[in-house]
Design a binder for this molecule. Structure first.
Ligand code: SF4
Length: 59
């Protein structure tokens, strides 16, 4: 599974790391970074709920 976050779009709201702490965390710049590309339902949910659609998930 390939998971990426567009750093230019991310506004650092923290929603993805709340929903799926095993996959996302906020980095020192306050942007989301991917810490695991393990397949997970919560990563898909985070992509759905990101307010600026910065998360891309490919099977
Ligand atoms: S939910 Fe979207 S905008 Fe918010 S921190 Fe995650 S990637 Fe960034």
């Amino acid at each position: 599974m390939k998971i990426t976050v567009d750093q230019n779009k991310c506004i650092g709201c923290g929603r993805c790391s709340e929903i799926c702490a095993s996959t996302f965390r906020l980095n020192a710049s306050g942007k989301s970074e991917v810490i695991s590309t393990e397949k997970s339902d919560c990563a898909m949910q985070a992509a759905d709920e990101c307010p600026v659609e910065a998360i891309f998930v490919e099977e």
